[in-house]
Design a protein around this ligand. Structure first.
Ligand SMILES: [Zn+2]
Length: 853
């Protein structure tokens, strides 16, 4: 079988000679309820034109069987024209009509037509997910974003089901045990944006109405769906509230009526990503249906995703990138808009703190890998595209867009965007089209900005260089820039001193442009040296922030006393970067968290600190000190849990952190007591998700066995219960448990995506280094087979997840290097993943050496 890849050149050649008038797709998924049925029938009718009559082309299809292919009335022999991946179409006419009848496979990997059976009630649920190129697993398609067309879907499904699609259904007819759903034709959209969601989904409905400038009224029916068994937990009201706020906001700013009729938001099981912007039929991972208590940060995160996907209706769906090189254009825009609109239109006012703290951490990490790339990437083929849904494309891109808005001005930015939508509606674009519109509305030349920010890779660090006189007054203040390419940065510099009650407050702020490697700031000369200098205050640019020695001392004694939430988040982010870079010993970072996390008021920042400090201990701390650090963290978790306000988000966060750090009998007994109901912490509801977290802590420490875990599943025999049980069993500290988890993933491809994830997470426990050491060699030996045999989604999880990340030694580093040296011609995407894991390992060794010294 030839590769499933598609190159940019092939796509360009195809687009040069083809234009597509329409697709009609008929799917019959009545077989889905029969677990023995592996396939469904798919009939595609494509009307398309060719500017090169007589030429050949191909249509994409990944299907176990093709029953017939008819081109312009002539039956072609499937055995001759179908190779498992493509159907060759020779002798094109000017006007063509292609009909393909195929049997397509239900998926368990989240790619294509995913099938899921709910253990609670035995109901079957289907949904599709395609980006970048999996529509071809469901119907015959010219699988590239710039061959847009109207799609008309017909879906035959069991009678008790509902079916959702990008368009409204025009007709539903009963035929025996089935119903046939006829959907209206969509506007012209790209293949990867089509969607079908089918099953006995629970649905809630609402309605959005808006008077438009021309006096007409826009009506958008709203629906939100989830599995029936999740209905009791479904807070559709809150989802609709954010949805309406977003629709208000985007209509006001974009001045282009929502183009896709209705707006369904479907929360679906075993979803690989956060959400997907299918026009009129957005799919979300169902973890966003909260069945246990979550913190405000989770609600904020969900609202952000809702708004991100909604921004895509215009940017991505109405106007779409030509090829995946410009994937960033839609993702950066949506990522930026998610936070921007959240601040302007919703109650979630911490969005920029979260952005600075979480999204940018993702970007900084990605941007320091040897595999980093400019924001405008060179995407040669689909495998490149698949790996580029990364921290650069989303978070760094959004950071520079945020900066661009500041640079051209908010009004010029939105005016440019409005013109871009009107000019390119239903079409495809490249970067220059957006920059052109922005240049027009702002009157600024964006060439230099684009060159330094979009076309070069890497992150700069900015360091203050301060000299003072005998009285402690600043004689010279300079900002030193490091990094492969010095860039122009618009930054604010904040000077902080103690106020009368001991808080660190800003006493002085200057805003300036930093150019080149050293920029002197004359405005600060003559001022008394402040206790703390914070570069990039207000988070205007994208950079790593360093401190002068004096400021670092202030942070050690007072980081938690920085009064402003964003400034404090920036300080936390900066000390985390110092730790990762081996410039601050991990134990010093731990000391900061131990001292100040208890007073961190922003729940999102606190939850980041929990994650980061755990990583600092597991990966960056000197192994000889690890056990001492672990004791300190567990004691801190217990102390703060007991001190937290009853029923608060902070209390829940500390309870979770205790589960991640528990190591002594006293702590295990508390967890057991809380599980059994014999212990109580005032206000803490030990609900189902928290219970599983406690069981994971006990299981991975050898404090709980299979019998108890099975009993917990009996009480929570749900999809999420099964995932949790799988993770707990894989986390048991025995050679048998490790072998079973490894084998379940490696020796069979039967497991669905969600359980692959659970097995891998359970297998790789930081406290079980001896038990998993033996797998490193097997891992490297298997890589190429995994890459060629598994779907790319599953292969990526295995390659990233089973990498021996906790075997932090020169030996593992050498093994990774040997593999890379011996596999120079392995798939570039596979090499990229291994290079990134290798780089993480090398970074861990540097940080450990810093912590030792
Ligand atoms: Zn997106």
């Amino acid at each position: 079988m030839p590769g499933k890849n598609l190159s940019r050149e092939e796509a360009q050649q195809r687009a040069a000679i083809l234009s597509v008038d329409s697709y009609r797709v008929h799917l019959d998924v009545t077989s889905a309820v029969d677990p023995a049925a592996a396939t469904f029938s798919s009939t595609t009718t494509i009307a398309f034109r060719s500017s090169a009559p007589g030429a050949s082309t191909f249509v994409d299809l990944l299907a176990p069987a093709v029953r017939s292919v008819t081109l312009n009335g002539h039956a072609l022999d499937p055995a001759a024209v179908f190779d498992g991946v493509r159907i060759t179409l020779a002798g094109l006419a000017e006007q063509n009509l292609l009909v393909v009848e195929a049997d397509c496979a239900y998926s368990r990997t989240g790619e294509g037509m995913h099938r899921f059976v709910d253990p609670v009630d035995g109901e079957t649920y289907l949904y599709t997910h395609y980006e970048p190129a999996d529509a071809r697993r469901v119907f015959a398609t010219f699988e590239q974003p710039d061959l847009k067309a109207p799609f008309g879907f017909t879906v035959t499904a069991p009678a008790a089901w509902d079916v959702y699609n990008n368009a409204v259904h025009e007709d539903v007819t009963a035929e025996g045990d089935t119903r046939v759903w006829q959907f209206a034709a969509t506007r012209p959209i790209s293949t990867y944006l089509t969607a079908v969601v089918a099953g006995p989904y629970h649905v809630e409905r609402d309605h959005y109405r808006r008077e438009l400038a021309d006096g007409s009224t826009l009506e958008i029916p709203l629906a939100a769906t989830c599995r029936r068994s999740l209905a009791p937990y479904f807070d559709a009201d809150e989802i609709f509230t954010v949805t309406k706020q977003g629709l208000d906001y985007f209509h006001q700013e974009f001045d282009f009526p929502y183009p896709f009729g209705k707006y369904d938001q479907c929360f679906v099981p075993e979803y690989n990503i956060g959400a997907m912007e299918n026009p009129g039929c957005v799919t979300f991972r169902e973890d966003f249906v909260f069945r246990s208590k979550v913190t405000e940060a989770s609600y904020e995160g969900r609202a952000n995703v809702i708004l991100h996907e909604m921004a895509h209706m215009w940017f991505g769906d109405l106007v779409t990138m030509k090829w995946w090189d410009d994937l960033w254009l839609k993702e950066s825009f949506a990522d930026f808009m998610g936070s921007f609109s959240q601040i302007e239109a919703t109650k979630y006012q911490s969005a920029w703190i979260t952005f600075a703290n979480r999204r940018k951490a993702w970007a900084y990490r990605q941007d320091q890998f040897p595999t980093t790339h400019p924001i405008t990437a060179d995407i040669r083929d689909l495998e490149d595209a698949k790996l580029n849904f990364d921290g650069i494309t989303y978070a760094k891109g959004a950071s520079v867009l945020k900066q661009l808005v500041a640079y051209v001005g908010r009004d010029a930015f939105f005016e440019g965007v409005r013109q871009y939508f009107k000019r390119h509606a239903y079409g495809n674009t490249v970067l220059g089209d957006l920059l052109g519109a922005l240049e027009q509305t702002s009157g600024r030349d964006l060439t230099a900005w684009s060159e330094s920010w979009l076309q070069t890779a890497g992150v700069n660090s900015l360091t203050p260089q301060i000299t003072t006189d005998a009285e402690g007054r600043i004689t010279e203040f300079a900002v030193v820039q490091d990094g492969a390419t010095a860039r122009p940065h618009r930054i604010a510099i904040g000077c902080y001193d103690r106020d009368t009650v001991g808080g660190l407050v800003r006493t002085h702020r200057v805003e300036l442009d930093v150019h080149g490697t050293r920029t002197v700031v004359p405005e600060l000369a003559g001022l008394p040296r402040p206790a703390l200098v914070l570069l990039n205050d207000d988070d205007l640019t994208y950079c790593k922030v360093r401190f002068d020695g004096h400021s670092l001392e202030t942070l050690r004694s007072g980081l938690g006393e920085i009064a402003d939430g964003l400034a404090r988040a920036l300080a936390w982010s900066a000390v985390w970067n110092l730790t990762r870079d081996g410039l601050m010993p991990a134990r010093d970072y731990l000391a900061l968290v131990l001292r100040f996390a208890g007073q961190e008021s922003d729940i999102g920042v606190l939850q980041s600190l929990h994650q980061q400090v755990k990583a600092a201990l597991d990966v960056y701390a000197d192994p000889a000190w690890r056990s001492e650090g672990a004791r300190l963290l567990a004691d801190c978790a217990l102390r703060e849990l007991r001190a937290a306000a009853p029923g608060s988000d902070h209390q829940l966060a500390w309870a979770r952190f205790l589960a991640q750090t528990a190591r002594e009998q006293e702590q295990f007994q508390l967890l057991r007591g809380l599980l059994a109901g014999t212990a109580r912490i005032d206000g803490l509801d030990v609900d189902q998700d928290l219970r599983w977290l406690f069981w994971l802590a006990l299981a991975s420490s050898g404090e709980a066995g299979t019998e108890e875990l099975d009993a917990e599943l009996a009480a929570d025999n749900t999809a999420s219960g099964r995932q949790n049980l799988t993770e707990c069993l894989a986390a048991l500290p025995t050679a048998e448990a490790k072998a079973a988890a490894w084998s379940a993933v490696i020796d069979s491809d039967e497991l669905p995506n969600a359980l692959v994830e659970a097995q891998i997470t359970g297998f790789n426990q930081p406290g079980q280094r001896e038990l998993t050491a033996g797998y490193a060699e097997r891992y490297f030996a298997l890589l190429e087979d995994i890459w060629s045999e598994r779907s790319i989604e599953i292969a990526m999880r295995i390659v990233g997840g089973f990498f021996p990340r906790y075997q932090i030694s020169e030996q593992t580093l050498a093994a990774a290097e040997a593999w890379l040296a011996e596999h120079s011609s392995a798939a570039p995407a596979l090499r990229r993943l291994v290079l990134e894991c290798h780089d993480d390992l090398a970074r861990a060794l540097r940080a450990q050496s810093c912590d030792r010294s």
